[in-house]
Design a protein around this ligand. Structure first.
Ligand code: SAH
Length: 344
């Protein structure tokens, strides 16, 4: 069976990935999830890593058609955090046991290299035992180098889709697939633990494009990979498009785990938004990371990439105890650790 071969060789052809995708059934997904769990356990045991997600700005110069904070959304109430705000979030996160801070945001021109280097080097100095992850979109090679030198360790930049034509459906014409790929390659060369990723069920996506994504992930060998369902936002051109499937998302998580046993794989907020038990299902399918929101309460609702994004209650970092219990209840342990990628 193909799933077994994927587990053994960790490589398939595009056609074989396509066959696995078109052959999706709940039974096959369960079979893949069981194997993915065992593969994950051999590397990471029962450990789940926690990252504090700080959404630093919802200003964005880009106009990605799927995204709620795209520049042409005039109803988006814009904010950006100050250095002091961000450091306060880190302090809170550290006290809650988080040892990775993820600074994510729109492509906000306010965050020049100078501003970011100052913020990153201050976090580096104040929290020498923590990892700093950035997720701030496409920047120049020089900029990535400066941020790495300032002490950032990881960078998340989802490739969104590995099919160039499909990339053009999701993005305005001034954005390019080749630049996205160039950024990813540079990030890895510079030495960042690099994350790519995609939305499941984005408009225009087919099983062929998903097979391309799996093949790309196999070739790129990212250290991290974000896979979450697409969820429409009312103020975007894709407002009437259906959300992606949680079941298919979990199946993809299992396939990614099987092809790349050591990859850091989050059970995403989008999966938790689609289904209240989504993140648990993600963990049971092979994910090993959760990213609770550490942003100040006052801005949380404003970082609305898609409608009804969960941001309160158990989603909040302040409810870390509840998060720990939920992780424990599905058979895992939330650990206090930087959670770098481990060798197989
Ligand atoms: N500006 C940064 C961060 C983007 S937000 C960057 O370009 O990398 C992080 C991720 O959220 C995006 O990469 C995208 O995959 C996801 N996202 C955006 N809109 C979404 C939507 N409507 N549904 C689900 N995920 C979405």
């Amino acid at each position: 069976m193909l799933i077994d071969r994927l587990e053994q060789t960790r490589r398939l052809t595009f056609e074989e990935y396509l066959q696995l995708l078109t052959g999706f059934t709940p039974q096959l997904a369960e079979y893949a999830a069981d194997k993915a769990l065992r593969v994950r356990e051999a590397v990471y045991q029962r450990d789940v890593y926690v990252r504090g997600l700080i959404e630093v700005s919802n200003y964005c110069k880009n106009d990605c058609l799927y995204c709620g904070i795209r520049r042409s959304n005039k109803s988006c109430d814009r904010y950006r955090l100050s250095k002091e705000d961000i450091l306060f979030c880190c302090k809170e996160g550290y006290e809650l046991g988080m040892r990775t801070f993820v600074l994510q945001g729109g492509e906000d021109p306010y965050f020049t290299d100078q501003v970011l280097v100052d913020i990153v080097s201050t976090i580096r100095k104040e929290y020498p035992d923590c990892a700093i992850t950035l997720s701030l979109g496409e920047r120049s090679r020089d900029s990535y180098e400066a941020l790495f030198a300032a002490g950032a360790n990881r960078y998340l930049l989802r490739h969104e889709t590995a099919d160039e034509k499909h990339y053009g459906v999701l993005h305005p014409k001034e954005m390019s697939f080749s630049n996205r790929m160039k950024c990813l390659k540079e990030l890895k060369e510079i030495g960042f633990q690099t994350g790519c990723g995609l939305m499941v069920g984005s408009p225009g996506q087919t099983m062929e494009t998903l097979a391309e994504d799996l093949f790309f992930i196999q070739e790129f060998q990212p250290q991290m990979c974000g896979v979450g369902p697409f969820i429409p936002h009312r103020d975007t051109p894709f407002r009437d498009s259906p959300a992606g499937s949680g079941e298919l998302t979990c199946y993809l998580l299992s396939l990614v785990r099987l092809m790349h046993p050591t990859v850091l794989l989050p059970a995403t907020t989008a999966l938790g938004t689609l289904d209240k038990d989504g993140r648990e299902k993600g963990l049971r399918a092979g994910a090993n990371v959760v990213m609770p929101n550490l942003s100040p309460m006052a801005v949380r609702k404003k970082y609305e990439l898609y409608n009804d994004k969960i941001s309160t209650g158990e989603e909040s970092a302040q409810s870390v105890k509840a998060i720990r219990k939920r992780i424990h209840d599905c058979g895992f342990d939330m650990v206090i650790a930087r959670g770098d990628i481990l060798e197989a």
